[in-house]
Ligand binder design. Structure first.
Ligand SMILES: NC(=O)c1ccc[n+]([C@@H]2O[C@H](COP(=O)([O-])OP(=O)(O)OC[C@H]3O[C@@H](n4cnc5c(N)ncnc54)[C@H](O)[C@@H]3O)[C@@H](O)[C@H]2O)c1
Length: 364
C-alpha cells in the first residue's frame, strides 16, 4: 500500500506492507533517492536479523551504521551530536541519506539531526513501532527533550520517504502496541466516526497482529494524519487537532518523570481519556458519544493507569500544562471533542478550572 504526502517543501511516499526490510534499498532507488552514502541509525531493541536483512542489500562501502539505546532520557542533544559526528567524519553531503530504523524517539532524533546537518540531508524513516508507523513518522515534526520539557527543541523537517514494515511489530511488546493504538483511536475521534466503529469491532484483531486488519488500520490512520498535515504543515491552525489529549498526556509524563511505569503512549491514552471526560463535564461532548468512547476505553483497561498520578501531583501537572506550546496567555489551551469526528480547537481554561477537574479524576 502506498500513500503520497504533498507538502510545501517536497512530496514523499509512505509505503506500508509486510516483508519490506530486504527491499528497502530497492524501494529507495525506486523513489529516486540517489545517495552516495547512507548512515543507518537504529534502535537497540529492533531485532538484529531485521537490521541484517536491511543492510545486506546495500554495498558495504556506502553504508555506515550506529546502534543507539533510545529512550526519553537519551532523546537529547548529546545523542544528536553523536549522530552528527559520524556524518561529519564521513563527509556526508546534502544528497546523502540518514536512515532511522526505530520507534518515535529514534525517528524524532534522526529527523532533527537530518534537519540541522548542512541545513538538511535526506531523511528516510523506517518506523518500527505501531505508534511511529501510524503517527510520528508522518508530518515532519522532529524534536528532542530539554530542561523545559518534552520536544522543546526541534524543527519541521519532512522525510524523503517512509517505509513501514508491519513485520517489525511482531517483536513489539503488547504494551507498546496499545500505545500505538491510542494514536489510531485519536485519529478516529478527531476525523472519522466510521473508522471509530471499525476500531471498536476490530481492536482485538489489531492488538493480536492480524495482518490484513493491521495493514488496513495503519493505512487509514496515516491517511487521516496526511490529510491534516497537508492542510496545515506548520500547525498554525487545523493541525492542532492532532494534539487531542496531548496537553494532559505530556504533563502526566513529565510529572511522573518519564518513569517507565507510564510510557508516552500510555500517557496519551490517559490524556485522551482526560480530554474526553473534560469535554463531557463542560457539556461540549454529546452524552451518547461520550458513552461509546468511554465504553471502548474501558475495554482497553487503561483507567488503571491513573494510579501513577495522585491529587498531590496536581500543581506539578498544572505547571507542565502551562508550558504547552499551544498556550498564548496564562490560560491552558485544550483540544476538546464535540462529537466523534468533530474536535474543537482553541478552547482556553483558567488553571483553577483544570485543577478542580483533576481533583475529581485522580486518586487521593
Ligand atoms: N514527531 C511526531 O509527530 C511525534 C508524534 C507522536 C509521538 N512522537 C514521539 O514519539 C515518541 C514515542 O514513540 P514510540 O512509542 O515509538 O516510542 P519509542 O521510540 O520509545 O519505542 C518504544 C519502545 O519500543 C522499542 N522498540 C522499537 N522498535 C521495536 C521493535 N520492532 N521491537 C521491539 N522493541 C522495539 C524501543 O526501544 C522502546 O523501548 C515520543 O518521544 C513522542 O514524543 C513524535
Amino acid at each position: 500500500m502506498k500513500l503520497k504526502v504533498k507538502t510545501n517543501i517536497n512530496n514523499y511516499s509512505i509505503i506500508i506492507g509486510k516483508n519490506l526490510c530486504s527491499k528497502i534499498y530497492k524501494i529507495i532507488l525506486n523513489e529516486r533517492i540517489y545517495s552516495q552514502k547512507f548512515l543507518l541509525v537504529y534502535d537497540s531493541k529492533v531485532p538484529a536479523q531485521m537490521i541484517k536483512s536491511i543492510i545486506s542489500r546495500f554495498n558495504k562501502d556506502i553504508i555506515e551504521k550506529k546502534k543507539i539505546v533510545f529512550n526519553e532520557k537519551s532523546k537529547n542533544l548529546k545523542t544528536v551530536s553523536s549522530i552528527v559526528k559520524i556524518l561529519e567524519k564521513n563527509n556526508f553531503s546534502r544528497n546523502d541519506s540518514l536512515i532511522s530504523v526505530g520507534g518515535g524517539i529514534c525517528g524524532d532524533v534522526c529527523g532533527f539531526a537530518s534537519s540541522i546537518f548542512k541545513r538538511g540531508l535526506n531523511f528516510i524513516n523506517v518506523p518500527t513501532t505501531l505508534l511511529s508507523q501510524v503517527d510520528s513518522a508522518i508530518g515532519g515534526k522532529t524534536g528532542i527533550n530539554s530542561l523545559s520539557g518534552k520536544n522543546m527543541i526541534g524543527s519541521f523537517y519532512q522525510p524523503s520517504l517512509v517505509i513501514s514494515d508491519i513485520n517489525f511489530l511482531k517483536s513489539l511488546p503488547k504494551r507498546e502496541i496499545i500505545c500505538g493504538y491510542a494514536e489510531i483511536l485519536k485519529h478516529s475521534l478527531i476525523k472519522d466516526k466510521i473508522f471509530f466503529k471499525f476500531l471498536k469491532k476490530n481492536f482485538i484483531k489489531i492488538l493480536s497482529h492480524n495482518h490484513k486488519i493491521l495493514e488496513k488500520t495503519i493505512y487509514k490512520s496515516c491517511l487521516i494524519k496526511k490529510d491534516i498535515v497537508e492542510k496545515d504543515e506548520k500547525e498554525k491552525n487545523i493541525r492542532k487537532v492532532l494534539n487531542l489529549g496531548h496537553t494532559f498526556a505530556h504533563a502526566y509524563e513529565a510529572t511522573v518523570g518519564y518513569n517507565k511505569g507510564l510510557n508516552h503512549g500510555e500517557a496519551v491514552l490517559l490524556g485522551i481519556m482526560s480530554a474526553v471526560e473534560f469535554s463531557r463535564k463542560k457539556n461540549i461532548l454529546k452524552k451518547n458519544d461520550f458513552a461509546q468512547i468511554n465504553d471502548h476505553l474501558r475495554k482497553l483497561n487503561y483507567d488503571s493507569l491513573y494510579k501513577y498520578l495522585k491529587v498531590k501531583d496536581i500543581s506539578k501537572i498544572i505547571f507542565y500544562m502551562k508550558q504547552d506550546k499551544k498556550n498564548k496567555d496564562n490560560k491552558i489551551n485544550l483540544i476538546l471533542l464535540k462529537s466523534i469526528g468533530k474536535p474543537i480547537l482553541n478552547k482556553s481554561f483558567r488553571e483553577n478550572n483544570i485543577r478542580s477537574f483533576l481533583k475529581t479524576l485522580l486518586y487521593r
